[in-house]
Design a binder for this molecule. Structure first.
Ligand code: AVJ
Ligand code: FE
Length: 402
């Protein structure tokens, strides 16, 4: 399809709730690009990050591939897009190498927005018909997927703008994170508890099945570690003392010359932090963000504490023991990202969504300021490699109860 697609002007008379949710989700993604220039949307600032234009197209490709292409008379917008915007699904064939997504100056932003309109228009017709439970499940997955990419888009935009000497704000009115008191430990009894999602409502496959876990008594902080506490760690030689660090973490400190969290910069003792609001003075009473698992683990050792396991985190959260659970920063846990006992990935290409990444990554729990409202839940398992810092990651301390 060469020409720009213009959607039909007729409005649907049927407007079922799932169609409304779909359109709101797509409109929200579109609203996130309002502060950006077309140039902002093409560049890839590092192999882990993707260009905004790629996120816009990939989320669209997801609905086209997993839902619309299952309809017998659907014509794909452009057969070349399968190669360009497939992220990692081996079952769906070869794809643009991840690290080279920023070389895609074509299709133009205009063409990608046109692709979004084309798929939205076909989805609108489709979602106005009767949907099988299978399609409803794929729709839920597609919506949760778009929410994940809304957050990834914010992470990737911040990383890109932080590379600019101008340190431009993405949006000067982007909400600031709340500052507050430091965390206090709460005792949790533990025992035989259940974690994981039950079968009501949407959850990713990696949150199931619900299963039993034994917890020794433990203590967990009700709040996240603050920037002020992180400054104390730095002042006490936190980034210079190999004894605090895991071996792989210490290797990163040396190789990457880590001496503070990502996006911090100082002139003497005056610290500033690059954020979606631009360069801002460091707020000592706000939670620290943009730290790797290795940094979180070293800080915990320095404090005579440890990170909670993901089961401890979930149990404490559902006991009402946690503040700042879902809306400030993802919280590194001590748990490797592994399948729960009895885990079964979905069948077909969607089975590659989560399960195949279960090696070499750590679980984060909670949710961040950039996580779309209502996206995360107490059973939610986010995961990243232990050296990653461009996500909105922080930490909450735990310790054994003695
Ligand atoms: C759960 C955030 C690690 O970034 O690959 C996006 C989310 N999955 N598309 C990722 C995801 C498929 C995923 N993380
Ligand atoms: Fe994706």
């Amino acid at each position: 399809m060469d020409t720009l697609y213009v959607p039909a002007t007729t409005t649907q008379s049927v407007n079922p709730p799932c169609l409304q949710r779909y359109l709101q989700m797509r409109t929200h993604t579109h609203s996130l690009i309002a502060p950006l220039t077309p140039e902002d949307m093409v560049v890839q600032s590092m192999p882990d990050a993707s260009p905004v234009k790629w996120h816009l197209a990939h989320t669209t490709w997801f609905f086209e591939t997993f839902i619309l292409s299952q309809m017998h008379d659907y014509q794909v917008f452009d057969p070349a897009f399968g190669y360009l915007f497939n992220s990692y699904y081996e079952a769906l064939g070869p794809r643009q190498p991840r690290a080279q997504r920023g070389l895609l100056t074509r299709p133009s932003l205009e063409a990608v927005l046109s692709y979004r309109r084309y798929v939205d228009d076909h989805m609108s017709v489709f979602l106005s018909s009767d949907l099988s439970p299978e399609v409803t499940g794929l729709l839920e997955l597609g919506l949760a997927h778009e929410e994940q990419h809304q957050e990834l888009l914010c992470m990737d935009v911040l990383h890109l703008l932080a590379q600019s000497p101008l340190k431009p704000a993405y949006n000067p009115r982007w909400p600031n994170v709340e500052a507050g008191r430091r965390g206090r430990f709460t005792r949790i009894d533990g025992g035989l508890v259940e974690i994981g999602a039950d079968n009501d409502g949407f959850a990713f496959d990696n949150e199931r099945p619900r299963h039993k876990v034994w917890l020794e008594p433990f203590e967990i902080a009700d709040r996240l570690v603050t920037n002020g506490e992180w400054l104390e760690f730095m002042a006490d030689g936190g980034y210079q003392r190999a004894d605090l660090w895991l071996s792989d973490g210490w290797a990163m400190v040396l190789a990457q010359q880590w001496d503070s969290p990502m996006y911090w910069q100082s002139e003497g003792a005056h610290w500033q932090v690059m954020s979606l609001r631009g360069l801002q003075p460091l707020q000592p009473d706000a939670p620290v963000t943009h730290i790797s698992y290795y940094e979180a683990a070293a800080f915990a050792v320095w404090k005579g504490a440890r990170l909670p396991t993901e089961a401890e985190w979930e149990h404490a959260c559902l006991s009402g023991a946690l503040e700042q659970a879902h809306d400030v920063a993802w919280q590194w846990t001590n748990s490797a990202y592994l399948p729960y006992p009895g885990f079964t990935p979905g069948t077909g290409a969607v089975g590659e969504y989560n399960g195949k990444f279960m090696s070499g990554q750590m679980v984060l729990r909670g949710g961040a300021s950039v996580t779309p409202k209502g996206h995360a839940r107490p059973t939610y398992r986010n995961f990243f490699g232990p050296d990653k810092r461009w996500l909105f990651s922080g930490l909450r301390l735990a310790r054994d109860f003695k």
